[in-house]
Write a protein that binds this ligand. Structure first.
Ligand code: BEZ
Ligand code: FE
Length: 306
């Protein structure tokens, strides 16, 4: 059959196969997506020049390594978190610190320190210094000794090292191994919010959607410990304009920290504190891992198949 209408073409695209190999799930999902796009093109009478402009945009998006910005901006990252939360609720294991999206800007393998670290080394005087400290605990309140707190945030211009070649390797990225009582602490400066790069494929779409591309000030964490379910989360700095209007829909109740004033630097000299300073206290509460995979301290890209 060489001549066909759109419905016949769709049927042919989705049914063609050379054998019984392949993956049924991939076939079924591909068929659904292709069908949805065929219908979208029909319903909106998409013209060839519009279609090819979109293909060109997708190509540029991939070449700029910015697909992860679009998945967040269109809500997919938060959707996956919502679905995991729902699955936890259904399995009666919705406990502990809330998860929050990883985002596309994590880099594995940051330098590891014991108990405490200065995250801001090489960034002195870049903003308000603070110390964040607390414990890694189980949902039963028991400390998790030798847990690892992997922490990262943007620089004073809202840019992340590795993705911004002007910054040193692992700038503002560290891992901290907790002590016997699950305690960690680090010093850094309060980061600003993040904004999608201007004049990029991402900003082109957001301009057309009449949307901003700003995230409120935040600090990322990937926390893991023996027998515990690894937790990817973020905390937000209070007072940010975009706290309730995050372009990535990632802020969550319970993850907006309090900034308190520590009146004395006594006991914080090893972090370079010599005067009253801003302190954040935050404990991470990790669920028990149901299997080894859940305990893996890994980014979404590392746990993805293929
Ligand atoms: C971020 O966490 O900074 C981020 C998240 C999603 C998209 C872009 C950036
Ligand atoms: Fe971020």
């Amino acid at each position: 059959m060489a001549e066909m209408n759109a419905a016949q073409l769709l049927e042919l695209v989705n049914s063609r196969r050379v054998g019984e190999d392949g993956n049924e799930r991939v076939r079924a999902i591909t068929a659904r997506i292709v069908g949805d796009l065929f219908r979208t093109i029909d319903e909106f009478d998409v013209k060839p020049e519009e279609f090819w402009a979109a293909v060109k945009w997708l190509t540029r998006l991939g070449q700029a390594d910015m697909i992860g910005l679009i998945t967040a901006g269109l809500g997919f990252d938060r959707l996956l978190d919502i679905r995991e939360d729902e699955a936890d609720l259904a399995a009666a294991r919705a406990a502990g610190t809330a998860r929050a999206i990883e985002g596309p800007l994590y880099v594995p393998g940051a330098p590891l320190s014991r108990n405490e670290v200065r995250l801001d080394t090489g960034n002195e005087d870049k903003g308000t210094p603070f110390v964040m400290e607390g414990q890694v605990l189980g949902t039963d309140g028991q400390p998790v000794p030798h847990a690892v707190v992997d922490v990262w945030h943007c620089n004073e211009f809202g840019r992340y090292s590795h993705f911004d070649p002007s910054q040193p390797e692992y700038n503002l990225r560290r891992r901290i191994e907790t002590d016997e009582l699950g305690r960690y602490r680090f010093r850094s400066f309060l980061p600003p919010g993040y904004a999608i790069p201007p004049d990029s494929p991402v900003s082109e779409l957001f301009d057309l959607l009449s949307r901003h591309g700003n995230r409120p000030a935040h600090i990322h964490f990937l926390v893991s410990g023996e027998g515990k379910r690894a937790l990817t989360t973020q905390v937000n700095i209070p007072g940010d304009t975009y706290l309730d209007d995050d372009f990535a829909f990632a802020t969550r109740d319970g993850l907006v920290v309090e900034l308190e004033q520590a009146e004395s630097a006594a006991g914080y000299e090893s972090l370079g504190m010599s005067a009253p300073f801003t302190r954040i206290r935050f404990d991470f509460r990790l669920q028990d891992a149901a299997n080894e995979r859940e305990a893996l301290a890994a980014s979404r890209y590392e746990t993805a198949h293929g």
